[in-house]
Ligand binder design. Structure first.
Ligand code: PAF
Length: 283
């Protein structure tokens, strides 16, 4: 496994692999790797000839500077984990390599970013769009792998790929959960012991909402029941709980009128913000 910190040597190295017709897979990450990331890497090594993992905590996608400063940096452990898998290259640049000068290009996702993460984290997706475009240009992979936990991000990256004609195959990988249902996230590391015991309530809330909807209750009543449940935990602060169309991300008022519906949630435990989602159905 080779580690690159600069764009030019990485590009030359990959150009040689491409000339040999290798199918190149990219797994973009911000490090602090958990089993969810490792699942993405496994899927990549299974289906590609050559696996590139990027580790870069992208400052441009943090709307909250404290969240950026507290984001775990575990590069030593990350490299050890990746060495045990069939990873060929790790790209781990400094911020100055990715952003050597002030950037003027802005990326917007229109109505796709008006709700949920886009609404509560202004400029977040602009930052994600910029860094993912740069990574796509630097690595020029055939396939790129993203986790379903970041439901809205995945939809936006698919749109980015289409709108900018990157022509990359985007593969989505199911969320990996702890035994108690908590979705794996690098931010889980920042939970106190007490917060960690309460955190599975986030996933339970999604499941309760699912049960209510599938039992025939209206979206409004189901959301009310699920909100009352999560809000009964005083250590959790719910930010949003949405029932959305899985394709357009538009708010769903009646599930009968949609062929694909997803349930999305964001909540704080202390100052740690966690997100999760569940597909209700696809018909
Ligand atoms: O999902 C993430 O970890 C990040 O948003 C990504 C896609 C690596 C871009 O920084």
């Amino acid at each position: 496994m080779q580690v690159f910190t600069e764009i030019m040597p990485l590009r030359s190295f990959l150009a040689e692999k491409k000339s040999q017709n290798f199918k190149i897979g990219l797994v973009p990450t911000m490090g602090a790797l958990h089993d969810g990331h490792l699942k993405l890497v496994e899927e990549c090594t299974k289906s590609c000839d050559f696996t590139v993992v990027s580790i870069f905590v992208n400052p441009k996608q943090f709307n909250d500077s404290a969240d950026f400063e507290n984001y775990p940096n575990l590069i030593g452990q990350d490299l050890e984990k990746l060495k045990k898998l069939d990873v060929d290259v790790v790209y781990n640049p400094e911020s100055t390599e990715m952003y050597p000068e002030e950037t003027y290009v802005t990326i917007g996702f229109g109505k796709l970013e008006k709700s949920m993460e886009g609404y509560f984290r202004p400029n977040h997706f602009g930052g994600v769009g910029l860094v993912v475009s740069k990574l796509f240009n630097i690595v020029s992979p055939d396939v790129a792998f993203f986790g379903q936990k970041d439901f809205q991000q995945l939809a936006l990256i698919r749109k980015l790929n289409a709108d900018l004609s990157f022509g990359i195959e985007i593969v989505s990988v199911p969320t990996v959960r702890e035994n108690d249902g908590l979705a794996m996230s690098s931010r889980n590391l920042r939970l106190t012991e007490e917060e960690r015991t309460v955190a599975p309530v986030i996933y339970k809330t999604l499941n309760l909402l699912k049960e209510e909807l599938l039992s025939g209750k209206t979206v409004e009543d189901s959301r009310r029941t699920a909100k009352t449940y999560i809000e009964s935990y005083r250590s959790i602060r719910l930010e949003y709980l949405e029932v959305v169309d899985s394709n357009s991300l538009a708010q769903v008022f009646s599930i009968d009128q949609h062929s694909q519906v997803s349930l999305c949630i964001a909540a704080y435990l202390g100052d740690v913000r966690l997100i999760d989602n569940l597909y209700l159905f696809s018909r």
